[in-house]
Design a protein around this ligand. Sequence first.
Ligand SMILES: [Zn+2]
Length: 211
Amino acid sequence: MYIRVTEANEIEYVAVVTKCPICGNGGTFYHLTSKDLYLYNQGSAESWTVGHRVCPNPECRAYLFFCQPKYDPLVTFPALRIDFKTENIPGRIRLCLEEAITCHAEGCYIASAIMVRRTLEELCEDKKSKGDNLQKRIAGLKSIVVLPKELFNALDELRILGNDAAHIESKEYDKIGKDEVAVAIELTKEILKSVYQMDTLVGKLRSLKKS
Ligand SMILES: [Zn+2]
Protein backbone atom coordinates (compact mmCIF):
# COMPACT_ATOMS: atom_id res chain seq x y z
CA MET A 1 0.00 0.00 0.00
CA TYR A 2 1.40 3.36 -0.98
CA ILE A 3 -0.01 6.29 0.93
CA ARG A 4 0.15 9.81 -0.41
CA VAL A 5 -0.17 12.76 1.93
CA THR A 6 -1.50 16.16 1.00
CA GLU A 7 -2.79 19.08 3.01
CA ALA A 8 -6.56 19.08 3.11
CA ASN A 9 -8.15 22.20 1.73
CA GLU A 10 -8.20 24.81 4.48
CA ILE A 11 -11.79 25.76 3.71
CA GLU A 12 -13.02 22.19 3.80
CA TYR A 13 -12.21 21.27 7.36
CA VAL A 14 -13.72 17.99 8.40
CA ALA A 15 -16.49 18.65 10.94
CA VAL A 16 -15.37 16.74 14.02
CA VAL A 17 -18.62 16.31 15.93
CA THR A 18 -18.01 14.04 18.86
CA LYS A 19 -18.21 13.53 22.57
CA CYS A 20 -15.16 14.84 24.42
CA PRO A 21 -13.03 12.00 25.85
CA ILE A 22 -12.06 14.26 28.75
CA CYS A 23 -15.16 16.20 29.89
CA GLY A 24 -17.82 13.97 28.30
CA ASN A 25 -19.74 16.82 26.64
CA GLY A 26 -20.59 16.64 22.97
CA GLY A 27 -20.07 19.30 20.33
CA THR A 28 -18.35 20.38 17.16
CA PHE A 29 -14.68 20.60 17.98
CA TYR A 30 -12.72 23.71 17.01
CA HIS A 31 -9.98 23.39 14.47
CA LEU A 32 -6.61 24.96 15.05
CA THR A 33 -4.72 27.15 12.63
CA SER A 34 -2.78 24.32 10.99
CA LYS A 35 -4.42 22.38 8.16
CA ASP A 36 -5.64 18.82 8.31
CA LEU A 37 -3.76 16.16 6.39
CA TYR A 38 -5.44 14.12 3.72
CA LEU A 39 -4.03 10.63 3.22
CA TYR A 40 -5.07 8.37 0.39
CA ASN A 41 -4.09 5.06 -1.00
CA GLN A 42 -3.45 5.29 -4.72
CA GLY A 43 -4.37 1.68 -5.28
CA SER A 44 -7.84 1.92 -3.76
CA ALA A 45 -10.61 4.32 -2.83
CA GLU A 46 -9.49 4.42 0.80
CA SER A 47 -8.63 7.76 2.33
CA TRP A 48 -8.22 9.30 5.75
CA THR A 49 -8.26 12.84 7.03
CA VAL A 50 -6.16 13.39 10.11
CA GLY A 51 -5.68 16.43 12.27
CA HIS A 52 -6.21 17.93 15.67
CA ARG A 53 -9.05 19.75 17.37
CA VAL A 54 -9.96 21.43 20.65
CA CYS A 55 -13.01 20.74 22.82
CA PRO A 56 -15.58 23.56 22.51
CA ASN A 57 -16.38 23.45 26.24
CA PRO A 58 -14.62 26.58 27.63
CA GLU A 59 -14.00 24.81 30.94
CA CYS A 60 -12.30 21.88 29.25
CA ARG A 61 -10.53 22.84 26.02
CA ALA A 62 -9.10 19.33 25.74
CA TYR A 63 -6.84 18.74 22.80
CA LEU A 64 -7.30 15.67 20.66
CA PHE A 65 -6.03 14.06 17.51
CA PHE A 66 -8.51 12.52 15.13
CA CYS A 67 -8.54 10.24 12.13
CA GLN A 68 -11.61 10.23 9.92
CA PRO A 69 -11.47 7.27 7.53
CA LYS A 70 -13.61 7.64 4.42
CA TYR A 71 -15.71 4.56 5.15
CA ASP A 72 -15.35 4.02 8.88
CA PRO A 73 -16.34 5.93 12.03
CA LEU A 74 -14.21 8.69 13.47
CA VAL A 75 -11.36 7.65 15.74
CA THR A 76 -9.94 10.00 18.36
CA PHE A 77 -6.81 9.99 20.49
CA PRO A 78 -7.37 9.96 23.45
CA ALA A 79 -10.13 7.50 22.68
CA LEU A 80 -13.75 7.99 23.68
CA ARG A 81 -14.57 6.30 26.94
CA ILE A 82 -17.72 5.02 28.59
CA ASP A 83 -18.52 7.56 31.31
CA PHE A 84 -18.28 6.42 34.91
CA LYS A 85 -19.22 8.45 37.98
CA THR A 86 -16.85 7.33 40.72
CA GLU A 87 -18.37 9.12 43.74
CA ASN A 88 -18.32 6.85 46.83
CA ILE A 89 -16.99 3.80 44.98
CA PRO A 90 -14.19 2.12 46.99
CA GLY A 91 -10.71 2.60 45.51
CA ARG A 92 -9.91 -0.96 44.40
CA ILE A 93 -13.29 -1.42 42.74
CA ARG A 94 -13.09 1.96 41.05
CA LEU A 95 -9.60 1.24 39.69
CA CYS A 96 -10.70 -2.12 38.27
CA LEU A 97 -13.66 -0.67 36.42
CA GLU A 98 -11.66 2.33 35.20
CA GLU A 99 -9.11 -0.08 33.75
CA ALA A 100 -11.92 -2.08 32.10
CA ILE A 101 -13.21 1.15 30.54
CA THR A 102 -9.73 2.12 29.31
CA CYS A 103 -9.23 -1.34 27.75
CA HIS A 104 -12.64 -1.06 26.07
CA ALA A 105 -11.84 2.41 24.68
CA GLU A 106 -8.56 1.13 23.26
CA GLY A 107 -10.17 -1.91 21.62
CA CYS A 108 -8.75 -4.52 24.04
CA TYR A 109 -12.04 -6.31 24.68
CA ILE A 110 -10.81 -9.53 26.27
CA ALA A 111 -8.64 -7.57 28.71
CA SER A 112 -11.63 -5.35 29.41
CA ALA A 113 -13.85 -8.38 30.08
CA ILE A 114 -11.30 -9.74 32.54
CA MET A 115 -11.26 -6.41 34.39
CA VAL A 116 -15.09 -6.27 34.50
CA ARG A 117 -15.02 -9.69 36.05
CA ARG A 118 -12.40 -8.59 38.52
CA THR A 119 -14.50 -5.55 39.43
CA LEU A 120 -17.38 -7.87 40.30
CA GLU A 121 -15.05 -10.15 42.25
CA GLU A 122 -13.84 -7.15 44.27
CA LEU A 123 -17.42 -6.04 44.88
CA CYS A 124 -18.39 -9.46 46.23
CA GLU A 125 -15.28 -9.46 48.42
CA ASP A 126 -16.12 -6.01 49.76
CA LYS A 127 -19.70 -7.05 50.52
CA LYS A 128 -18.59 -10.46 51.87
CA SER A 129 -20.81 -12.33 49.43
CA LYS A 130 -19.71 -15.98 49.42
CA GLY A 131 -20.16 -18.80 46.91
CA ASP A 132 -18.27 -21.41 44.86
CA ASN A 133 -18.18 -19.27 41.77
CA LEU A 134 -18.73 -15.70 40.71
CA GLN A 135 -22.29 -16.29 39.57
CA LYS A 136 -23.24 -17.58 43.02
CA ARG A 137 -21.43 -14.72 44.74
CA ILE A 138 -23.28 -12.20 42.58
CA ALA A 139 -26.56 -13.96 43.32
CA GLY A 140 -25.70 -13.44 46.99
CA LEU A 141 -25.71 -9.71 46.40
CA LYS A 142 -29.42 -9.75 45.62
CA SER A 143 -30.29 -9.01 49.23
CA ILE A 144 -28.24 -5.80 49.29
CA VAL A 145 -28.55 -4.61 45.70
CA VAL A 146 -31.68 -2.94 44.44
CA LEU A 147 -31.78 -4.04 40.83
CA PRO A 148 -34.68 -5.27 38.70
CA LYS A 149 -34.82 -9.06 38.74
CA GLU A 150 -34.56 -9.07 34.95
CA LEU A 151 -31.13 -7.42 35.15
CA PHE A 152 -29.87 -10.01 37.60
CA ASN A 153 -31.15 -12.75 35.31
CA ALA A 154 -29.48 -11.11 32.32
CA LEU A 155 -26.17 -11.16 34.19
CA ASP A 156 -26.25 -14.94 34.02
CA GLU A 157 -26.21 -14.76 30.26
CA LEU A 158 -23.02 -12.75 30.05
CA ARG A 159 -20.15 -14.94 28.89
CA ILE A 160 -17.88 -12.84 31.07
CA LEU A 161 -19.44 -14.54 34.07
CA GLY A 162 -19.10 -18.02 32.62
CA ASN A 163 -17.28 -20.97 34.05
CA ASP A 164 -14.94 -19.80 36.81
CA ALA A 165 -12.38 -22.55 36.72
CA ALA A 166 -11.73 -22.29 33.03
CA HIS A 167 -12.37 -18.66 32.40
CA ILE A 168 -8.86 -17.72 31.34
CA GLU A 169 -8.46 -20.74 29.07
CA SER A 170 -12.02 -20.61 27.85
CA LYS A 171 -12.56 -20.17 24.15
CA GLU A 172 -15.73 -18.28 25.07
CA TYR A 173 -13.51 -15.35 26.00
CA ASP A 174 -12.16 -15.18 22.46
CA LYS A 175 -15.67 -14.41 21.20
CA ILE A 176 -16.18 -11.41 23.45
CA GLY A 177 -16.49 -8.21 21.44
CA LYS A 178 -17.02 -4.50 21.84
CA ASP A 179 -20.78 -4.56 22.38
CA GLU A 180 -20.83 -7.36 24.91
CA VAL A 181 -18.13 -5.72 27.01
CA ALA A 182 -19.94 -2.37 26.80
CA VAL A 183 -23.13 -4.00 28.12
CA ALA A 184 -21.17 -5.72 30.88
CA ILE A 185 -19.60 -2.39 31.89
CA GLU A 186 -23.00 -0.67 31.91
CA LEU A 187 -24.50 -3.44 34.05
CA THR A 188 -21.57 -3.28 36.44
CA LYS A 189 -22.04 0.48 36.73
CA GLU A 190 -25.73 -0.05 37.60
CA ILE A 191 -24.80 -2.56 40.30
CA LEU A 192 -22.15 -0.25 41.76
CA LYS A 193 -24.60 2.65 41.67
CA SER A 194 -27.11 0.63 43.60
CA VAL A 195 -24.59 -0.57 46.18
CA TYR A 196 -22.55 2.58 46.80
CA GLN A 197 -24.28 5.59 45.34
CA MET A 198 -27.98 5.20 46.12
CA ASP A 199 -27.48 6.31 49.72
CA THR A 200 -25.77 9.49 48.55
CA LEU A 201 -28.73 10.33 46.35
CA VAL A 202 -31.19 9.57 49.13
CA GLY A 203 -29.09 11.74 51.49
CA LYS A 204 -29.15 14.61 49.00
CA LEU A 205 -32.92 14.33 48.65
CA ARG A 206 -33.37 14.33 52.43
CA SER A 207 -31.17 17.38 52.90
CA LEU A 208 -33.25 19.19 50.28
CA LYS A 209 -36.39 18.35 52.22
CA LYS A 210 -34.95 19.82 55.43
CA SER A 211 -33.97 23.12 53.88
ZN1 LIG B 1 -14.08 18.54 26.81
